[in-house]
Design a protein around this ligand. Structure first.
Ligand code: NAD
Ligand code: UDX
Length: 497
């Protein structure tokens, strides 16, 4: 059997970095080199301040770096040396041309394929770790075949990554499953066996499953679509709860105890964020459209539409409760990362909530324990968020302290479920806020504190539940809002390319 002794991973991002660090820690006999075109990122991986935050990651990197784990910008040497090359580069949604806004942009994958075939000699296993549309492996193979040279033998496998940010290390150390897709012929099976052997260093054989290449590629898109669909489903129920007096947490518990449904991924929220769900569901939608499966495309598109609706609905609720105007009002926004335990802000719902509030002239004071001021300002200055970047500097202040963010604020809005938000001194916060002082809990982190918070004097609004009010005010009525507020009207359908 072919034995893998050296691994090169192209792409030192949220997937490449943690995945290869865990492989290096579990396989001391394998030399792992992670390479990237981004020199600053590689320098950070080689420093004391890693470029990404993941619980437990730094300890692993420090224990292997310089022994069998290396970070480098010398891409060609690492490819040349390797028995196995992981492609872990970004596959963002296309922002131009055909499929704009839906299809995955595969230009980075193609660049890797061309580089690999140019510098490689002899036998190598090339493995897609990035999330790609079905049949992307075929494109890689065609590039290899069209540029092949004597004695070169490049085998292509699909080995999608299922880690979630914030729990990446645990997900990698104890994966639910490892999926390897490859050719059904003997060459493909030989490559699969070699990659399987790497994972068998720490993953039980029964959890390593092998399929054909296309099933592997599609399984990744389908897994993310199913997970996103569960969140959109529970978020749709949260709207119903707010309108009826039911409590979405109670509904989630009741339905989740049915073993056929299960309890995970039923947490109502301000909408899902992150670099994967929206991108991958849109990619699936695009694939279905391209294959003339219109009804299937429409079905999955609704998962995205519901997510956008949830974000707009939450922003409208804030505006409505603040007496229908937030113009010139200070609002403290706590949490900017797309989920807790990560500093990643890609597609974070906080960005969209901020956009809707900025559009209404609110003054935002944003606090997040792991996201830098530069990142927040950059995210909010994107053309899709604001037409005038100056507006962001006028309306947004980034605070390094949650109490400072809340001082003189009319409302405190929780967008990320950081544990520390449960432990803040809310009496101190209340005393410094404008009255009536509102809390909008977009993550249900303060559920256990409602009584205390109300006793302090807070007006609490929370996703998926009507909280009994203590002061007279106009209650939120979704139907009237739907009619009168442009934010809640469905956005115009995107023009097809
Ligand atoms: P990322 O943007 O954090 O990292 C990608 C890295 O690839 C960047 O540092 C970039 O500089 C580098 N790169 C791009 N082209 C290159 C080239 N030609 N040569 C060398 N380096 C190059 O992306 P990510 O979050 O790590 O995601 C990577 C892939 O994994 C995507 O397809 C994504 O959908 C998938 N994925 C992501 C997650 C996640 O939680 N982030 C989970 C599972 C799968
Ligand atoms: C996701 C998939 O879970 C992972 O398997 C895949 O490899 C990459 O995409 P990630 O985006 O990192 O991982 O985090 P995840 O935990 O899935 O959360 C995504 C978003 O959904 C976050 O904004 C999170 O707050 C939100 N979410 C999650 C909910 O709103 N409710 C839930 O019940 C679960």
């Amino acid at each position: 059997m072919f034995q893998i002794k050296k691994i090169c991973c192209i792409g030192a991002g949220y997937v490449g970095g943690p995945t290869c660090s865990v492989i290096a820690s579990k396989c001391p006999d394998i030399k792992v080199t992670v390479v990237d075109v981004n020199e600053a990122r590689i320098n950070a991986w080689n420093s004391d301040t890693l470029p990404i935050y993941e619980p437990g990651l730094k300890e692993i990197v420090l224990s292997c770096r310089g022994k069998n784990l290396f970070f480098s910008t010398d891409i060609d040497t690492a490819i040349k040396e390797a028995d196995l090359v992981f492609i872990s580069v970004n596959t963002p949604t296309k922002t131009y041309g055909m499929g704009k806004g839906r299809a995955a942009d595969l230009k980075f994958i193609e660049a890797c394929a061309r580089r690999i075939v140019e510098v490689s000699e002899g036998y190598k296993i090339v493995t897609e770790k990035s999330t790609v549309p079905v049949r992307a492996a075929e494109s890689i193979r065609r590039i290899f075949d069209a540029n092949t040279k004597p004695k070169l033998n490049l085998q292509v496998l699909s080995n999608p990554e299922f880690l979630a940010e914030g729990t990446a290390v645990k997900d990698l150390q104890e994966p639910d499953r490892v999926l390897i897709g490859g050719d059904e012929g003997p060459e493909g099976q030989r490559a699969i066996a070699a990659l399987r052997e790497v994972y068998e260093h720490w993953v039980d054989k029964s959890r390593i499953i092998t399929t054909n290449t296309w099933s592997s590629e599609l399984s990744k898109l389908a897994a993310n679509a199913f997970l996103a669909q569960r969140i959109s489903s529970i978020n749709s129920i949260s709207a119903l709860c707010e309108a009826t007096g039911a409590d979405v947490e109670e509904v989630a518990k009741a339905i989740g105890m049915d073993q056929r449904i299960g309890s995970k991924f039923l947490k109502a929220s301000v909408g899902f964020g992150g670099s994967c769900f929206q991108k991958d569901v849109l990619n699936l939608v695009y694939l279905c459209e391209a294959l003339n499966l219109t009804e299937v495309a429409k079905y999955w598109q609704q998962v995205i539409d519901m997510n956008e609706y949830q974000r707009r609905r939450f922003a409208c609720r804030i505006i409505d409760c603040l007496f229908n105007t937030v113009s010139g009002k200070k609002i403290a926004l706590l949490g900017f990362a797309f989920k807790k335990d990560t500093g990643d802000t890609r597609e974070s719902s906080s960005i969209y909530i901020s956009k809707y509030l900025m559009d209404e002239g609110a003054e935002l004071h944003i606090y997040d324990p792991k996201v830098s001021k530069e990142q927040i300002m950059l995210d909010l200055s994107q053309p899709s968020i604001t037409e005038r970047p100056e507006k962001v500097s006028e309306l947004v202040t980034v605070s390094s302290d949650p109490y400072e963010a809340c001082t003189n604020a009319h409302a405190l809005v929780i967008c990320t479920e950081w544990d520390m938000f449960k432990k803040l001194d809310y009496l101190k916060i209340y005393q410094k806020m404008q009255k009536p002082a509102f809390i909008f809990d977009g993550r249900r982190v303060l559920d256990d504190l409602h009584m205390q918070l109300q006793n302090i004097g807070f007006q609490i609004e929370t996703i998926g539940k009507k909280v009994t009010t203590r002061i007279p005010f106009t209650p939120f009525t979704p139907t009237t809002f739907l009619l009168k507020d442009p934010l809640l009207r469905k956005p115009k359908a995107q023009k097809k390319d």
